[in-house]
Design a protein around this ligand. Structure first.
Ligand code: ADP
Ligand code: MG
Length: 701
């Protein structure tokens, strides 16, 4: 056997034959001793605590009770057979039930005997029941301190069928830890351990699997969480450092006529302080000689696009081209219209490139890009097609609205000899902890201030039985000359059903708001691009007063005259979607409203989502709540990131640890960017091990 203890292949472990090894690899991607040891318990049962039966309810995840078996009954025919026993203590009774191994259990169970019973209570056939409980005689209990906290490991049916239930896994851990070769090298420097008073790594691995006490358990968890988050941050910061080191950027040294002219003659309002601050941050990057890679966060309507435009003008002032990529054609189109209008006096050559651009136009664009006469190109993903070549692209804006996580696209431009500066705009504020992990290698700017004079949207929740009130309100808004969005949900599982739902809604709205007084338009995902654009166009031109749609309008569309957003089946939308939808109104001078319509039956989560939207307009609070409700795994963009593979830390619960880890990693990289100091050698060693695993992973997947 070669290699270190941790790298030893799992089949060498006593108790793991080829079959178990195979299943561990397939089910849990565990190939080595180290990987097995990094399978941490998801919970611990305090086995010193014994509940009285009367205290037990089905809320508790696991309980331990002590009582006597009263009677035992085999129920049902051969196939549906089960064994039911009644367990009683002086406070009450409950049932124990077995569906498997019935005969064996029946022989073993002794009526009248006292047992310590452990398991997960639930309601079954009207009785509080523990199915397949663990049974022990009182004198077998708690043979050593390390048994006080019993670890629970998540397992799978296949693992269980091979005897690798939680207990079985725990037995393997014991074998590992008791092995003569057991050795876990430290991966943090003595300075870090000392300063943070962290438990050493080997001890932490022992106590995470076999805690000697509550205190030791906490210490081991603290140590391992820190280690996990610290290395993620260290890696991100190293990437960032290397990127800025290796990739020099175009130095935009001058601010010239385009920006000055625009600022002094065409900008009809004062920038907000937040916009000024962000522009300063961006200019700092542009002048640094390094490539900018910046994430710009700000709520819908906070003026991000304006900041992006001003940055484009700086690029033009320095004789570079700029482009803006939007997630949909509607949005690209809108950016094109708006930006063209804003700079119409400056004689800038701007074009739009999307999937529906005609070949002749494409040719014209290609030649303008090539000879440099085309200065700003706006479009969709069509911009990153192989045949789109700029003469001297200096600045790229990516508008991804709520679709964060796609910042990876920024890397597409890294193919260029000198990488252009990149600004990623996102309208869904990203909780700081998530941003730190998802976008840890980008710089971040935040616009946290709305342009003056904006009236916050008033939001109300209404049950569907009171739809009539909503119709009255819609009428009033239209009579005032403003426009209304009515959004129907889109469920992925059944697009046909959604469409039916939407079409029915559309038809009944047409009856409630008949022509010619009212005109209703419709947009949904199944329509051709051209039809969608036409419907949007008619709404924009006020030819229709009501726009019925699915969430396709969620992204960025800007129609200032719309003052009311009605969301049907609001309980079916996610928090960030609701926030985005609401952001479609409140863009003009009129007081705007958002009405959430729902059924009476709401899940706790749906209720919380609706309450949150009604209570606040603050995108950051909404984003935090969203993260708390859904967990990072369900947030968009997290799939590609490593945070789903976190083994022990939790970016919500361990926010403080994360910040600490981030700060420490920042200090270390600032002080010793190439990790050359003796005290950092231990970090380099561990990073190398991590990278080795990464490569292996690459080969497997
Ligand atoms: P975002 O891209 O963040 O959604 P935009 O840049 O599209 O926001 O701005 C929304 C609207 O507000 C636009 O009509 C824009 O012209 C206007 N706007 C931007 N900044 C200001 C400001 N400082 N004062 C007044 N209006 C502004
Ligand atoms: Mg916008």
């Amino acid at each position: 056997m070669t290699g270190t203890f941790l790298e030893t292949p799992i089949e060498y472990l006593k108790g793991v034959g080829p079959a178990r090894a195979d299943i561990l690899k397939k089910e849990l991607q565990i190939f080595t001793f180290g990987e097995l040891l990094s399978l941490f318990p998801f919970r611990y049962i305090d086995r010193s605590k014994i509940f009285r039966i009367a205290e037990v309810n089905d809320d508790a995840a696991y309980v331990q009770v002590r009582g006597r078996i009263k009677d035992i009954q085999a129920i049902g025919s051969l196939r549906a057979k089960r064994l039911v026993a009644t367990l009683a203590d002086d406070s009450g009774e409950m049932e124990l039930v077995w569906f498997q191994g019935v005969k064996w259990i029946a022989d073993k169970l002794k009526p009248g005997t006292e047992y310590i019973v452990f398991g997960k209570p639930s309601w079954f056939n009207g009785h509080l029941t523990i199915a397949h409980p663990d049974l022990e005689l009182p004198n077998e209990q708690v043979s050593s301190v390390s048994d006080t906290f019993r670890p629970l490991y998540s397992s799978t049916e296949k693992l269980k069928s091979r005897g690798l239930d939680s207990k079985g896994i725990s037995r393997l851990m014991k074998t590992l830890i008791q092995s003569d070769r057991f050795h876990i090298p430290e991966n943090l420097s003595p300075e870090i351990l000392g300063n943070l008073k962290l438990m050493n790594r080997q001890e932490a691995f022992i106590h995470i699997h076999f805690p000697a006490s509550h205190e030791m358990l906490q210490k081991s968890q603290a140590r391992l969480k820190f280690e996990e988050l610290f290395y993620i941050q260290l890696r991100l910061l190293i990437q960032k450092f290397q990127r800025t080191q290796k990739q020099s950027g175009h130095p935009f040294s001058v601010v010239g006529n385009y920006l000055n002219d625009f600022y002094h003659h065409y900008l009809s309002f004062e920038l907000t302080n937040a916009q000024k601050r962000v522009i300063k941050e961006i200019r700092g990057d542009l002048g640094s000689g390094k490539q900018m890679n910046r994430l710009l966060q700000g709520d819908v309507g906070s003026g991000k696009t304006l900041v992006a435009l001003m940055t484009m003008l700086i690029a033009l002032d320095n004789n570079f081209q700029a482009c803006l990529m939007a997630p949909t054609e509607i949005l690209a189109n809108q950016h094109y219209q708006n930006i063209s209008k804003m700079v119409s006096g400056l004689h800038i050559c701007i074009e739009l490139l999307t999937g529906s651009t005609k070949p002749a136009k494409r040719k014209e664009i290609a030649s303008g890009l090539n000879d440099g006469s085309l200065q700003i190109l706006i479009g969709t993903h069509a911009l990153i097609e192989e045949n789109v070549r700029f003469r001297n692209l200096g600045f790229v804006v990516i508008d991804e609205q709520h679709r964060f996580g796609v910042a990876q696209r920024a890397r597409l431009w890294e193919k260029n000899a000198v990488t252009p500066h990149v600004l990623v705009m996102t309208a869904t504020p990203i909780p700081r902890t998530l941003a730190m992990t998802l976008y840890g290698d980008l710089d971040t700017s935040i616009i946290d201030e709305m342009p003056p004079g904006r009236k916050p949207v008033i939001t109300k929740h209404i049950y569907e039985s009171k739809q009539e009130q909503v119709f009255d309100f819609i009428r009033k808004q239209i009579d005032k000359g403003t426009q209304v969005y009515i959004v129907f949900p889109l469920i992925q599982e059944s697009e046909t059903l959604d469409l039916k739902n939407l079409l029915e809604g559309y038809e009944s709205l047409k009856r409630i708001f008949p022509g010619p007084k009212y005109a209703i338009g419709m947009v949904h995902g199944k329509m051709k691009q051209k039809e969608k654009d036409e419907a949007m166009e008619r709404f924009l031109k006020k030819e229709t007063q009501i726009l019925v749609s699915t969430t396709v309008i969620e992204v960025g569309v800007d129609i200032p005259n719309a003052s009311l957003m009605v969301i049907e089946n609001a309980e079916r939308f996610g928090l960030s979607q609701l926030h985005q939808l609401r952001g479609r109104v409140g863009r003009g001078a009129d007081q705007s409203y958002c009405i959430l319509i729902s059924g009476y039956k709401l899940t706790t989560e749906a209720k919380k989502r609706i309450e949150t939207i009604v209570e606040t307009n603050d995108g950051f609070i909404i984003a935090e709540t969203d993260l708390r409700l859904r967990g990072p795994g369900d947030m968009e963009g997290t799939q590609q990131s490593g945070i789903l593979n976190l083994k022990i830390a939790d970016i919500i619960r361990d926010e403080k640890v994360l910040k600490y880890a981030r700060n420490l990693a920042t200090d270390i990289i600032r002080d010793d960017p190439n990790l050359e100091k003796e005290t950092n050698a231990v970090l380099v060693r561990h990073l190398k091990i991590m990278n080795k695993y990464r490569e292996n992973w690459g080969l497997i997947s």
